[in-house]
Design a protein around this ligand. Structure first.
Ligand code: PGA
Ligand code: ZN
Length: 430
């Protein structure tokens, strides 16, 4: 069905900053709404999020220029396009922008169009979004893979005023039989973690992604002990039912050629930081590490990858920024076995799908991820099911913008019944 109109406007994200929402309307009246998230620990190679820079509105963070780009330039260029031809639409958006990093029209503007048109077409075809999006997955065989929900239950770094240097401590419920049960297990551990923290006199306020963020923890290691206690308290077996993952977001504490652990008052070289991660890995059942090194420290990633013999998921987020060029370098140099996938890092649905498929062809895993500032939009939950990557990272089981995604996953799983299967561990994607 042909695109009739695009209507973008300004709303708020979960950090209280302005962001863009867009409604695409097709000629039969079908509509698709989306809202665009935003990062804080953004990679320097990400596509550009266009902000107004006018200090009189939202301290310069307004998105009226991006909105104007959708409602004028982009709308006039794509009216009458067939909404089902996503690759033509996305190619046109990329060419219309004309820059390498979408700096002219803004990746936020471009993505809002790319995704809202897909959602409108799904409505036109009377399909749930995940079913419509599965046409982009050449490996889809009729049974949907439900992702392991990797919940970030302790927050630090830029997301939580540096409560710890490591930005995210996550639960990986690998022993669950389904998403519904996996979410229950994680939510129970989260509730127990709150009790554990209270009993030790720690604050139970949360960071941007809903994880607890007590600033009085002793060091960067203690959160593993606290989470371990909460897991046992819930009657689960650490290392069997639930494992750990971390995202240090190390670009954020890389300064003067050293990794600065402010929490512990020490600075580490790449080798010393590698040893630190290896010691954690030997001590705790950690199955996944993301952005352990700076976004330009390819050597660091490679060293850790080599030393863990493929037994650890070594994942690039800021390193790859969902960009096939950077991913190809990672594949050629064998730096990682996993990539984090964020739609707004690259700015179109087609390019995001390309990154997932390139990773899969190279035998790497792909984890679909939220941003630290989110909205009530659940597009990513349908996307991860459609692409069958088997892993999703979308924060704690708290804060509405995070639970919206988990609730959507539970609804999809229930709707699919026998046509859904929980992802397998060790990780694989299909
Ligand atoms: P961001 O954090 O959205 O602030 O970039 C998420 C992440 O680093 O994975
Ligand atoms: Zn990250």
């Amino acid at each position: 069905m042909k695109i009739e109109s695009l209507q973008a406007q300004e709303i708020l994200d979960s950090r209280g900053n302005p962001t863009i929402e867009c409604v695409a309307t097709l000629e039969d009246g079908s509509t698709g709404w989306v809202a665009i998230p935003s990062g804080a620990s953004t990679g320097k190679y990400e596509a550009v999020e266009l902000r107004d820079g006018d200090p009189k509105r939202y301290g310069g963070a307004g998105v009226l220029k991006a909105i104007e780009n959708v409602n004028s330039t982009i709308q006039s260029a794509v009216i009458g396009f067939e909404a089902e031809d996503q690759s033509k639409l996305d190619k046109t958006l990329i060419e219309l922008d004309g820059t390498e990093n979408k700096a002219k029209l803004g990746a936020n503007a471009i993505l809002s169009v790319s995704l809202s048109v897909a959602r409108a077409e799904a409505q036109h075809e009377k399909k749930p979004l995940y079913q419509y999006l599965s046409k982009f997955n050449p490996d889809f065989k009729g049974i949907y893979t439900m992702p392991i929900p990797e919940m970030n239950v302790m927050n630090g770094g830029k997301h939580a005023n540096w409560a710890t240097d490591i930005q995210e401590y996550m639960l990986f419920p690998i022993g669950a039989p389904s998403v519904v049960e996996a979410i229950r297990m994680n939510a129970e551990v989260y509730a127990n973690l709150k009790k554990v923290l209270k009993s030790k006199g720690y604050a139970i306020s949360v960071g941007d992604e809903g994880g607890f963020a007590p600033s009085t923890t002793k060091n960067n290691e203690e959160p593993f002990q606290l989470m371990g206690e909460a897991i046992e308290k819930g009657g689960y077996v650490l290392g069997k039912d639930i494992c750990f993952g971390i995202d240090p977001a190390a670009s954020e504490f890389f300064d003067n050629d050293k990794y600065q652990f402010k929490k512990e008052g020490r600075s580490l070289s790449t080798d010393e930081l590698t040893e630190f991660y290896l010691s954690l890995w030997k001590k705790y059942p950690i199955v996944s590490m993301e952005d352990m090194f700076d976004q330009d420290d390819w050597e660091g990633f490679k060293k850790l990858y080599d030393k863990t013999n493929g037994k650890l998921q070594v994942m690039g987020d800021d390193l790859f920024v969902t960009n096939v060029k950077r991913l190809q370098k990672g594949i050629d140099e064998k730096t990682c076995n996993s990539i984090l996938i964020k739609l707004n890092q690259i700015g179109t649905l087609t390019e995001t799908v390309d990154a997932v498929l390139l990773a899969r062809r190279a035998g790497m895993t792909a984890i679909v991820s939220h941003r630290s500032a989110e909205t009530e939009d659940t597009f990513m939950a349908d996307f991860v099911v459609a692409m069958g990557t088997g892993q999703i990272k979308t924060g704690a089981p708290a804060r509405g913008e995070r639970t919206a995604k988990y609730n959507r996953l539970m609804r999809i799983e229930r709707e699919l019944g026998d046509n859904a299967q929980y992802a397998k561990f060790p990780f694989q994607s299909s």
